[in-house]
Design a protein around this ligand. Structure first.
Ligand code: GRF
Length: 210
């Protein structure tokens, strides 16, 4: 695929950035429909920032602590970075900030997230501990479009892993992380190619008679 036809992607991180790395690796393939043009972190100490720089990707730091409680000002700064790089699609990858409805709306259908559980089960934090406590036999990961409710947008891809009797939180997390690194690049491909779309309002029927 010609470079100019590829969707321009920003990855938003807060930590180690292993999913970000999986996306960067996948995007190296010639026929991959997206290129990672920017990695943004809200934390100066995010390990992923160094990893992105090593991979030769442009990085930006938008430190939320500089904006106090003003989430909108933080997001305006974020938007400026995204606009400067003409970003088409935003991938949240361990990005630990709640986004305002305004920001979510602006990026609706163009912002996706990875969650370490089989949504709608185990929204929120500590998913592996809660899965073990609940005694589920299957756990996994989900990539979904971001919508107003936390971890609630339409699912793009999911993959499950077995939960073993011997599992600890760490062993289960490692097994889930492996599938995260598989499905995130696959899901981004689907979105970049327009094969996965955020469902629109029921009234927008494509190709219908006037
Ligand atoms: C992943 O488990 C992801 O599903 C969750 O946060 C973690 C981020 O890990 N949202 P990494 O920074 O991608 O290594």
């Amino acid at each position: 695929m010609r470079q100019s036809l590829k969707k321009r992607v920003a990855v938003l991180i807060s930590g180690r950035g292993s999913n970000m790395t999986a996306l960067i690796e996948a995007a190296k393939a010639k026929d991959y429909p997206a290129e990672i043009v920017l990695v943004v972190s809200n934390r100066p100490d995010a390990l992923g920032l160094a990893r992105a720089r090593q991979a030769g990707i442009a990085t930006a730091l938008v430190d939320h602590t500089a904006f106090g409680k003003d989430r909108e000002a933080f997001e305006r700064a974020l938007d400026m970075e995204l606009e400067a790089k003409r970003v088409d699609i935003v991938c949240l990858a361990g990005f630990m900030r709640l986004l305002t409805p305004g920001f979510v709306d602006r990026w609706s259908g163009r912002m996706i997230n990875i969650h370490p559980a089989l949504l709608p089960r185990f929204k929120g934090l500590d998913t592996h501990r809660r899965a073990l406590q609940a005694g589920v036999e299957e756990h996994g990961a989900t990539v979904h479009f971001v919508s107003a409710g936390m971890d609630e947008g339409p699912v793009i891809l999911q993959k499950s892993v077995p939960v073993l009797g011997s599992d600890t939180e760490a062993s289960l997390a490692a097994r889930v992380l492996e599938v995260e690194h598989q499905i995130y690049p696959q899901a981004l491909r689907l979105v970049a190619e327009g094969r996965a779309r955020m469902p629109g309002p029921a009234s927008t029927v494509r190709g219908g008679a006037q």
